[in-house]
Design a binder for this molecule. Structure first.
Ligand code: AHR
Length: 519
């Protein structure tokens, strides 16, 4: 009896110690009194290229289609994306931007030339989706357009005339052309990309050469916000060359407003990227680890930009990011069609937390690529449509759009794997216009729940907490056509209010959002 009692007490004690040590190991402190930077809503932006079934079949089916549409644009897709309040959409590429000639995509559709999309699948592009169609799509989505001009196979004149066609309210041959094509008023397009990946598919330029080309184009491109192409993700020299090279232009701050940054999460290598759905835990781990590497890389670029532009006038624009796997079996390798699982949801949460936490310099990010391509929000199959796990992360995270970023300190256990170890928790927080503190937390560990204490300095006497969660019992849970959704947003209530804050039990492989209010 005594032995039983002692072992019961010991068991109780060890349970208590384990509880306490978990709570001590995983601790998040949010500085609600130190918010300074706004998390630009444009961090929640998207990218849509003429690639595979992204535009055609994805956004656009043509007005003769039996699939319900508005001037050829799918109603179901517009309605679903409306839930995400997409702030900005980048188009027409990507690599395709550098072979795109905007005059091919205006005027009566029957007269538009057929061209071959040499970058993506070698398929015929009929140009039925062009400038007017894209800008109508943006109007339907209530999103800001971001157009990338062709600087590799197009001329400076082509580029500035496209901008004139779209944005000018003056009378000219070009604006008359727009009016003849049915659009009296100019559109408001603030964001213009000056090239894309000009180190690679955009002309294989080196940094010096690109900087000069950029200056030439930008001088004539009369646009409000011009975004330069960055180097390959770890090419810090490119960033240095560009930032130093634009300074010799009088009034240089007006020629470049943003510098682009691309980073894809690859699990293995570019030759064998691995399956989107059929993977083992090591591959889950590497997806997390490789996404996490983006943070240090971004900080290196930001340090260079801070040195050359201490007033923070030129934004870092992460205008392509996300997971990239081998295409789904049986699909065109040039179409980059991949399924999307809980792993993608956690990667998206991790990426968005990183961008939120660097909101001072990162003013826009565009995940690749909205519908049917790479880490998409939506997959379509004829008239069917599914919302992917990544869709639900963007829905959950929209509370951060244009909110004040709150700095956080995170003490976390590591997620340890044969390959290595990484911090198991990823966190970002913000205060919205109603003064609610919104905290988003990803538990990257697929095997272990993490009891975590959260202290909010500056909001100790909160009155309400609302929680939501995205998780599933399988790492590769997904949403598929004609089946019930496996991954979506549920209510979450596994937390307790404590004297010093909140204690929350964060399930393995999950993303949670807590909205804490003083109401
Ligand atoms: O998103 C797919 C491709 O990846 C884009 O066209 C290009 O910019 C990048 O290499």
């Amino acid at each position: 009896m005594t032995i039983c009692k002692t072992s019961f007490i010991l068991a109780l004690l060890s349970f208590f110690i384990v509880e306490v040590s978990f709570a001590q190991e995983n601790k998040i402190i949010i500085h609600a009194n130190k918010g300074k930077d706004t998390i630009s809503k444009h961090i929640y932006g998207h990218f849509a290229e003429h690639l595979g079934r992204g535009i055609y079949d994805g956004f656009y089916v043509g007005n003769a289609s039996a699939i319900p549409n508005i001037n050829g644009i799918r109603k179901d897709v517009v309605e679903a994306l409306g839930e995400l309040e997409i702030p900005v959409l980048r188009w027409p590429g990507g690599c395709f931007a550098e072979q795109y000639h905007w005059r091919d995509g205006i005027g009566p559709v029957k007269d538009r030339p057929l061209v071959v999309n040499t970058f993506w699948g070698g398929v015929t592009e009929d140009n039925s989706f062009g400038t007017h169609e894209f800008l109508e799509l943006c109007e339907l989505l209530q999103t800001e357009p971001y157009i990338a001009v062709n600087i590799a196979s197009g001329t400076v004149r082509d580029a500035y005339q496209w901008i004139e066609y779209v944005t000018s309210d003056k009378d000219s041959e070009i604006t008359r052309l727009r009016r003849n094509n049915g659009r009296e008023q100019p559109w408001k397009v603030k964001y213009w990309g000056i090239g894309n990946e000009n180190w690679g598919c955009g002309g294989s330029m080196n940094a010096e050469y690109y900087t000069n080309v950029f200056k030439r184009f930008s001088t004539y491109c009369n646009a409000e916000f011009k975004i330069a192409s960055g180097g390959i993700y770890d090419d810090l020299q490119w960033t240095k060359t560009f930032m130093a090279g634009i300074k010799n232009v009088p009034g240089y701050l007006n020629i470049a407003h943003g510098l682009s940054y691309h980073y894809y999460t690859i699990v293995n290598n570019w030759e064998v990227k691995g399956s989107a759905t059929d993977f083992v835990e090591d591959e889950w781990f590497r997806s997390m680890q490789n996404t996490m590497k983006m943070e240090a890389n971004l900080e290196d670029h930001i340090a260079i930009m801070d040195e050359h532009d201490p007033d923070n006038t030129i934004a870092l624009i992460a205008d392509e990011w996300g997971t990239w796997y081998d295409v789904e079996p049986g699909t065109n390798p040039g179409f980059l069609y991949q399924q999307n699982t809980l792993r993608d949801a956690v990667v998206a949460a991790l990426g968005l937390n990183i961008f939120n936490n660097h909101a001072r310099r990162i003013k826009m990010a565009n995940i690749a690529q909205t519908v049917n391509v790479l880490q998409a929000m939506i997959l379509t199959n004829a008239d069917q449509m599914v919302k992917t796990p990544t869709f639900y992360i963007f829905k959950m995270y929209k509370v951060h759009q244009d909110a004040i970023h709150l700095p956080s300190e995170v003490a976390t256990q590591n997620y340890v794997n044969d390959i290595g170890q990484i911090p198991a928790l990823s966190v970002s927080a913000s205060r919205d216009k109603n003064k609610n503190v919104n905290i988003t937390i990803a538990n990257l560990n697929p095997n272990q729940n993490l009891v975590t204490s959260i202290e909010i300095i500056g909001l100790e006497n909160f009155r309400s907490i609302k929680g939501s969660i995205i998780t599933s019992d399988k790492m590769n849970a997904l949403n598929d056509f004609g089946k019930e959704e496996e991954v979506y947003i549920h209510e979450f209530s596994d937390y307790k209010k404590r004297l010093s804050g909140i204690e929350v039990n964060i399930p393995s492989k999950s993303v949670i959002s807590l909205s804490i209010g003083d109401y």
